[in-house]
Design a protein around this ligand. Structure first.
Ligand SMILES: Cc1cc2nc3c(=O)[nH]c(=O)nc-3n(C[C@H](O)[C@H](O)[C@H](O)COP(=O)(O)OP(=O)(O)OC[C@H]3O[C@@H](n4cnc5c(N)ncnc54)[C@H](O)[C@@H]3O)c2cc1C
Length: 374
């Protein structure tokens, strides 16, 4: 058994706390925010991550609070023309777990309750700032789960380009949550809907029986605009007449292309602290949860918190995760380029989706991934 200190109680921190506490380790999480809340946003959980959550015993509460969409429909943003569609409810048969959409705050509350029940101590209003003096703290290892602007990363990788502040991507996400009863019947879709446009795209999906999550990602322009289909325009008007959109600028950090960049001594990075990604594959939180499961597997035989054992376990985690995370990060950026294509590339993309959309959107390399062997 070892003592872990985790910086950050986002999805990475709560998942790591749960997975490690379940294996019998002592876990304390310090969260800078006065309370755990992630307002107004939804999240998709593909079968790769639902498999882990089910293994952790969280299948039931997640299915209970979330929504299992029947299909994915990809349209052209200019005229609502369907470019491709495929079922999502075959995920259970193909990958052994469903594809779920859920409110982020619901996912966090499920993870929080399970982590506390497993014995983790979670303290809010506790920013972890004094990183250079971590060596004096009564913990065997520090996990940087402190997100995009990670102080742990900046400390661990200081003096290198990987430790510098994140760079703007020039892409902005506009996010909203809407009660479906505010929409006319024909807009109350039960699918994951994606609209592809030039330098922008939109995604809408139900997160439970009552609410729909809507995200529009736009490049360059400082305000929401561009050519919109009638259906998407109607959704935007409904959002603007109610809660309105919240704006999230999106950032890049250089890929960590070596296990040595994930861990140094008794410090390791997980989630967005290690691999923030543009949201085009909807996999950032999924990779954080895969990280947590992989780390817990690497620590399963830790008899004590001796430095040699801790270093070995953190190195095994880093070695197992860096390629997968880098591939998903890179593929997310590529997917953004394809989603936002214009001119000739847009015609080629639409033709490819028309001819082979089911295969192109299936991505078994992503959803069928088994990162650890039990
Ligand atoms: C528009 C959009 C849509 C997305 N959709 C999806 C999706 O559908 N599916 C998916 O899998 N992913 C999605 N993502 C990605 C996902 O949201 C992130 O990858 C995920 O939330 C990262 O979790 P994290 O815990 O690593 O970081 P964060 O959620 O940023 O959590 C970090 C935590 O650390 C705390 N913290 C920071 N500094 C300190 C400190 N010094 N001391 C203590 N605490 C600290 C913060 O307050 C925060 O609570 C999306 C992202 C965006 C922007």
């Amino acid at each position: 058994m070892a003592k872990f200190l985790i910086a950050g109680a986002g999805i990475a921190g709560l998942s790591a706390a749960l997975a490690l506490a379940k294996s019998g380790h002592e876990v304390t999480v310090l969260e800078q925010a006065p309370e755990l809340s992630e307002v107004g946003a939804g999240i998709q959980l593909g079968p790769n991550v639902m498999r882990i959550l089910i293994d952790w015993g969280l299948g039931e509460p997640i299915l209970d609070k979330g929504y299992e969409p029947a299909d994915l429909v990809v349209r052209d943003v200019r005229d609502d023309r369907v470019l491709t569609a495929r079922t999502l409810d075959d995920a259970r048969k193909k990958y052994g777990a469903p594809h779920i959409c859920i409110r982020r705050c619901d996912l966090q509350s499920v993870l929080f309750s399970a982590a506390v029940k497993a014995g983790a101590v979670i303290k809010t209003d506790q920013p972890l700032n004094d990183l250079p003096n971590m060596a004096n703290q009564p913990f065997d290892a520090l996990l940087g789960c402190d997100g995009l602007h990670s102080k742990v990363r900046e400390h661990m990788l200081s003096g290198t380009r990987h430790g510098k502040a994140p760079r703007s991507s020039g892409h902005t996400a506009y996010r909203a949550m809407l009660n479906m009863n505010l929409l006319p019947m024909h807009l109350r879709s039960r699918s994951v809907q994606v609209w592809l446009g030039s330098a922008q795209h939109a995604v809408a999906y139900p997160v439970n029986q009552q609410q729909m999550n809507i995200v529009i990602v736009q490049e360059g322009a400082p305000t929401l605009g561009g050519r919109m289909s009638a259906q998407l325009h109607a959704l935007i008007v409904a959002v603007q007449a109610n809660s309105g959109f919240t704006t999230w600028p999106l950032f890049h950090r250089p890929l960590l292309l070596h296990p040595k960049l994930y861990t140094k001594g008794n410090i390791a990075l997980l989630g967005d602290a290690a691999h923030p990604m543009l949201p085009y594959l909807a996999q950032g939180a999924a990779m954080a949860i895969e990280d947590a499961e992989c780390l817990a597997q690497a620590c399963v035989n830790l008899k004590d918190g001796s430095q040699a054992n801790i270093h070995k376990a953190l190195r095994a985690y880093a070695k197992a995760r860096w390629r997968r995370n880098a591939r998903v990060q890179a593929q997310s950026s590529w997917q953004g380029w394809v989603y936002h294509a214009s001119g000739l590339v847009r015609y080629v993309r639409n033709a490819a989706l028309w001819v082979a959309g089911k295969q192109l959107t299936a991505m078994p390399w992503l959803y069928d991934y088994q990162h650890t062997k039990k």
